[in-house]
Design a protein. Structure first.
Length: 315
């Protein structure tokens, strides 16, 4: 008897989405990957095309529909780095809001369980550290980052309203900074920026004084977290933080990458970015309690793996 689930992954050709698709395929599911390559790459899914139970559909999630029976949906469709989501902010909001409505309607039609990949950006420039799921955040609603921050916040609202109004089985994961192989070299995120600059022995550019902090989760840990959350019973909805609670300054990160790559790069300080959070670290007691989850891959090990990928892929 075939017990394969039909699982829809929006944004499935992106950094996180492609890793998620692969893991779902390895667990013998039928995976329908929807992506329009706005900020993703065909290269990310090349090795997935060999799976007979993998279907790729080149489509904008805002215009997507299907008559295929869907059992689960992972909604990852949205550019996640400032370079991409600020390029066309109106499109970013549309993807977050109209895209959320589209997948929620699909879930409703199919009585499917649906997971929203939300973000630590819903906390904005937080006034508390670490950030727990009960914190409402400190977001500038009219700033240059708000197309993403407020778009994700609105998507969370939609998910909860669909749950309350239509009894949809929802899950919301707030993803903190994640890195690893298949990140795009020009995606503008700090790990990929620093690795590419250091491998080329170029100046490593830090915006501001470098004392702002982040916490970085390796992609394999993050994907396990998403899968574990999807497996939880219908009573648990989220939101739930997923990320690494090891906090490091951007300056320390730059020095660590220089050391790992044996680079001759020097550090160059530039003007601070508008609305750039001063600190970002997840409070993870809920993840520990609900799914017994925490990061297992140390930052140094993950950075070595990521640097090796960038070296082989781009240089």
């Amino acid at each position: 008897m075939n017990n394969r689930k039909n699982i829809l992954v929006t944004g499935g050709a992106g950094f996180l989405g492609s890793h998620l698709c692969k893991k779902l395929l390895e667990k013998d599911n039928n995976v329908i990957c929807v992506d329009n390559f706005y900020s993703s790459s065909k290269d990310n899914i090349t090795d997935l095309l060999k799976f007979k139970n993998f279907t790729f559909i080149n489509k904008d999630i805002c215009n997507f529909d299907t008559d295929i029976k869907i059992d689960q949906i992972y909604n990852l469709a949205c550019p996640a780095s400032p370079v991409h989501y600020q390029l066309d902010p109106v499109k970013t909001i549309q993807t977050n809001v109209l895209g959320a409505i589209k997948v929620l309607e699909l879930a409703k039609k199919n009585n499917a369980k649906i997971l929203q990949a939300s973000t630590s950006e819903v906390y904005g420039d937080p006034k508390i550290n670490p950030q727990n799921e009960n914190y409402w955040g400190n977001v500038n609603p009219i700033g240059i980052r708000s197309c993403y921050d407020e778009g994700k916040r609105c998507a969370e609202t939609l998910f909860f309203d669909y749950h309350r109004q239509f009894n949809l089985r929802i899950k919301i994961c707030r993803i903190f900074n994640t890195y690893g192989p298949r990140m795009h070299q020009n995606d503008g995120r700090v790990v990929s920026n620093f690795i590419m600059q250091s491998l080329k022995n170029e100046s490593i550019t830090i915006y501001g004084n470098g004392l702002q902090t982040r916490s970085f989760c390796y992609v394999d840990d993050l994907i396990k977290g998403l899968l574990d959350v999807m497996k939880t019973g219908n009573i648990f909805l989220g939101p739930i933080n997923l990320g690494n609670n090891y906090e490091i300054s951007i300056l320390e990160l730059a020095k660590k990458i220089i050391k790992i790559t044996k680079s001759q790069s020097e550090i160059k300080f530039l003007e601070a970015l508008t609305d750039d959070p001063v600190q970002r670290r997840p409070e993870l007691s809920l993840a520990k309690k609900i799914i017994d989850w925490s990061c297992t891959i140390e930052l140094e090990e993950g950075l070595k793996k990521t640097s090796s990928y960038f070296l082989n892929k781009y240089l």
